[in-house]
Design a protein around this ligand. Structure first.
Ligand code: C2O
Ligand code: CU
Length: 554
């Protein structure tokens, strides 16, 4: 359908209330349900899946140092909303079993393995059937980590792309007193914004492609139908569950917490002045002052000179001061090419670049209440935000060379894989674990991309620091030492603590992580986790590997 733009206001997700206590801690119950929701004023209602019956799900607000329990409950119908490719991991998934498999991962959570939402810890409605890694119904989140913008989403093996596309995602914000004392814009002036892309049928239902073209490997005859697709790019931006929405703000500073909740798409964002009647963009709007990345606040704010880049699942915490734009209209503009810094190949014609994401209406000055005006201060971001201790490179116990590779599956479809120094051409997800850091160790992971496109690579459990990047040919793990001084510096949106990093074609990105407590931050955890590309189509089709933290052997 040809939807009129900028019709609906961006919704603010509700904050979830605990349903009781468990062992003296707040206890939440969140039920996944199939519901009808209006995603655009002119569109018939859309059937979506929502946590607590809402898409996106309600925001969980937690306090640093105060653990919570969450029981994620599955009340979804017997049949999937979208066609399911039953060839993915068919020896490990009982596709003929009734019910929908779900499992929730707290993305960015430094959590125990039993509560991590492992792809094989799935369960169906009322926990009738459970996967081989299922351990417990109530998940425990310790909240012993820097305050940050996290999000929760489905992670069930082989159907994560479909479950998240159907709507299973929500925010999880961690706060503390230190952050409150910074006096950042809060309350109605703090807005989480989940940016996703979707495609719709005329009847309002979600469209998700299920067939792939010949160029993508094999022949039409050999492709399963429905089949997983190489990537997904929707033609409509959806922010907090509304298509082509507008956000009304007052002329004052706001704290915006961006999440790229899309399946595959990258964004490179900037605010531009916009003439709504002609649809033309003008000069620059207010800058993004970056105050935090995936895993928490930065040491100091950084005013971005270039665009803000977000790969799938990345978060950016920014302060934007609209004071100088009273009465104006701004456009949240994206200039990322769909396939990103990839070779494009034959598919690119079908892909909509999605330049226009959201409109921002800045109210006339004087429209705020007197009480609001007293807060307005253009320099309201403190120059020191928090302490981000650097993980020392000379404390490294293990260096791992890990590859991003491609091969062909048994149906002739090309697929992406992760590999090691020994198996550079990649290792399927179900092969035995190869990454087994020892608890308390510091490791450098050198992520070397031998494919034709950029991939946002995510590690569960830990937050890492990006040391820098270099051309893949300049680094031989058997011969070369990693010298951060010689590397291309991380971008501003890669400073501080991160759990996702984008690796471009033909480059190697070096990241450093401590697998355990570090300077009073994070917790000691052992057990089975995962790491993967966060383009959900890649993750489902084998670009995922286990990661197991093992106790020291002494
Ligand atoms: Cu946000 Cu393993 O994922
Ligand atoms: Cu990928």
């Amino acid at each position: 359908p040809d939807l009129e733009k900028w019709v609906d206001e961006v919704p603010r997700p509700d904050v979830l209330e605990p349903s009781g206590t468990k062992e003296g801690q707040p206890y939440y119950e969140v039920e996944m349900q199939e519901v009808e929701q209006q995603l655009h004023g002119d569109l018939p209602t859309t059937t979506v899946w929502g946590y607590d019956g809402r898409y996106p799900g309600p925001t969980i607000e937690a306090e640093q140092g105060e653990p919570i329990y969450v029981r994620w409950k599955n009340d979804l119908p017997d049949e999937h909303l979208l066609p399911v490719d039953t060839t993915l991991h068919s020896d490990a998934i009982p596709y003929d079993m009734p019910g929908i498999r779900t499992v929730t991962h707290l993305h960015g959570g430094n959590v125990e393995a039993e509560s991590d939402g492992n792809a094989q810890a799935w369960f169906t409605r009322d926990f009738e059937e459970t996967g081989p890694a299922f351990e417990q119904r109530d998940y425990y989140y310790a909240n012993e980590q820097p305050t940050s913008t996290m999000w929760y989403h489905d992670h069930a093996m082989g159907i994560t792309r479909l479950n998240v596309y159907a709507g299973l995602a929500g925010f999880y914000l961690l706060r503390n007193d230190h952050e409150r004392e910074l006096d950042l814009p809060s309350g109605e002036y703090e807005i989480p914004l989940a940016i996703q892309d979707r495609s719709f049928e005329d009847d309002g239902s979600l469209f998700y492609p299920t067939t792939i073209a010949d160029e993508q490997g094999g022949s039409d005859d050999s492709h399963p139908d429905p089949s997983v697709v190489p990537e997904f790019y929707g033609d409509t931006p959806v922010v907090n569950g509304k298509a082509w929405p507008r956000l009304s703000v007052e002329p004052r500073p706001y704290r915006l917490r961006f999440l790229n909740g899309s399946n595959s798409r990258f964004y490179r964002l900037e605010l531009l002045q916009y003439d709504e009647s002609s649809g033309e963009t003008g000069g620059n709007g207010p800058a993004f002052v970056l105050i935090g990345n995936d895993g928490g606040l930065l040491t100091e704010p950084v005013e971005l000179e270039d665009r803000l880049e977000l790969g799938s699942s990345q978060r950016a915490d920014v302060v934007v001061d609209f004071s100088d734009y009273a009465g104006e209209t701004l456009l949240l503009h994206n200039d990322a090419p769909a396939l990103y810094r990839g070779d494009g190949s034959d598919e690119s014609d079908d892909i909509v670049p999605l330049h226009e994401v959201m409109l921002v209406d800045v109210a006339d000055s004087g429209s705020g209440t007197a009480a609001d005006d007293s807060d307005v201060d253009a320099d309201s971001v403190p120059s020191e935000l928090t302490r981000v201790p650097e993980i020392p490179v000379d404390s490294v116990d293990t260096e791992r060379y890990l590859t991003l590779a491609m091969d062909t599956d048994e149906y002739g479809r090309s697929r992406h894989l992760l590999g090691t120094a020994e198996e550079r051409s990649g290792i399927p997800m179900m092969d035995p674990v190869t990454e087994m850091p020892t608890l308390g160790d510091t490791e450098i992971w050198s992520l070397a991309n031998f494919t034709g496109m950029s991939h946002p690579v995510h590690l569960h459990l830990v937050h890492f620091q990006v040391l820098g990047r270099q051309p893949v040919g300049d680094y031989d793990p058997d011969e070369d030492a990693i010298d951060p001084d010689t590397l291309e510096d991380p971008e501003p949106y890669e400073l501080g603590w991160n759990d996702v990093v984008t690796v471009d074609p033909a480059e190697v990105v070096h990241v450093i992580a401590r697998f355990g407590e570090f300077e009073g931050l994070f917790t000691d955890q052992t057990g089975r986790y995962m790491w993967h590309c966060h383009m959900l189509e890649h993750e489902d089709h084998d670009m995922m590997r286990p990661l197991e933290v093992v106790p020291p052997s002494d």
